[in-house]
Design a protein around this ligand. Structure first.
Ligand SMILES: [Zn+2]
Length: 396
């Protein structure tokens, strides 16, 4: 596994390193100059020399050991994994469209592609805290953190919308996380996390940052986990790039990670050729605002892709088509990416037969209420006609 050379700001390229201990074990957050997100950088020259000789044999051995995303250990920080079995998810071929494949990230633990980043970030915190006196609580606005915090023996604080899906509420309670319900969206929850972090850093408490903030781009290691999806895609395509990637608008972290993976793989000589065009499916009312949105737009533009605006009917239509004709229950996010494909086919910007990957970032069933609403489904309202003594429902 490589030593981390330094952390680099994604905005001003300021470098952070620590000579006494590896940057890997520093409790890093964001760029001290401008608050930009930090990328983990390795000694690529040393890595090139090593992997040129060892990669095929090592990868084959790890494949047999089925270590999921940790099969890419040579390009990940040197850490003992806190793993629930994330990564190495299936690439499913469409039955209707030649060349179209769905990368089904919903089969990850916690039902989301975020499991990759959470596993890595929690592993890093666990590794750092093992050298310290106590383990500090972790905080974020992602329900998927709860399981990883439990696995890493950490207390987790989760700021989540009051209108939380039942499955997520069950999940965070079951894993023993402290839930803070917020009136508003996930964006509002993230704002509350920032506020809480500032309050805890403030002079009135005298405490120095008693929580680890594992929110998106507020620490550098989630991207290191997220990037494994990019390595996986290229490996699943026989160490080649697909022609295009279709993402939903809300999976910024995954796309940022995948793009970093492509950059690293090119530097290592693991892949050549033109990077895939990136298309982002978004409903018309979604706008781009936050730092990670800027990063996503930059990726989309540099890839030669674009953001595809979808009308209100496109996502439910894609959900139904993929459910009925493909046997795949996508999430609303995955359906947005699939709807973007359909739209690009119609406009002629995508040609049939091109090798295209739709990323389904989450398991549809985790958001059963949202999915039902999008498909205009209502739970049955009438009770069974017979209820035997004891309350066991028998077939009518
Ligand atoms: Zn900076």
């Amino acid at each position: 596994m490589p030593a981390i050379a330094y952390l680099e700001c994604s905005r001003c390229h300021y470098r952070i390193w620590n000579e006494s201990s590896s940057a890997a074990v520093m409790p890093a957050s964001v760029c001290p100059r401008d608050g930009g997100a930090l990328y983990v950088r390795y000694d690529m020259e040393a890595l090139k020399v090593r992997t040129r000789r060892e990669r095929p044999a090592e990868l084959a051995a790890r494949r047999r050991a089925s270590l999921g995303m940790w099969r890419y250990a040579e390009v990940l920080p040197d850490v003992t994994p806190v793993s629930l079995g994330e990564g190495w998810t299936p690439l499913r071929q469409s039955r209707r469209y030649a060349g179209l494949m769905v990368k089904d990230e919903g089969v990850n633990p916690t039902g989301t592609t975020e499991a990759r980043g959470m596993a890595m970030a929690v592993s890093m915190v666990a590794s750092y805290e093992a050298r310290q006196k106590g383990v500090r609580p972790v905080v974020a606005s992602s329900p998927g953190l709860a399981a990883y915090a439990a696995a890493g023996a950490m207390k987790a604080h989760l700021f989540l919308p009051r209108e939380l899906a039942l499955a997520h509420y069950l999940e965070v309670v079951a894993h023993g996380a402290q839930v803070h319900l917020v009136d508003g969206s996930y964006a509002e929850c993230e704002r509350r996390v920032e506020e809480e972090m500032r309050r805890r850093m403030g002079p009135e408490t005298g405490a120095e940052d008693p929580w680890f903030n594992l929110s998106a781009l507020r620490e550098p290691f989630r991207v290191e986990g997220d990037k494994t999806l990019g390595y996986e895609l290229v490996e699943q395509f026989g160490w080649m790039y697909p022609d295009a990637l279709l993402y939903p608008r809300d999976s910024e972290m995954s796309l940022i990670g995948v793009w970093k993976a492509f950059e690293e793989m090119e530097e290592l000589g693991w892949v050549t050729g033109r990077r895939p065009r990136v298309y982002v499916g978004q409903s018309a009312e979604q706008g781009f605002a936050a730092e990670r949105d800027e990063m996503v737009l930059e990726i989309v533009a540099s890839s030669g892709g674009k953001a595809v605006d979808l009308d209100g009917r496109a996502i439910p239509a894609a959900l139904q088509e993929w459910g009925r004709e493909e046997g795949m229950l996508l999430s609303q996010h995955g359906a947005a990416a699939a709807a973007a494909y359909a739209s690009l086919l119609v406009s002629g910007e995508m040609e049939p037969g091109q090798r295209v990957v739709v990323v389904n970032p989450t398991d549809g069933m985790r958001d059963a209420e949202g999915l039902a609403k999008a498909m205009h489904l209502h739970p049955p309202v009438s009770l069974p006609t017979s209820l035997p003594v004891g309350g066991i429902i028998t077939p009518v």
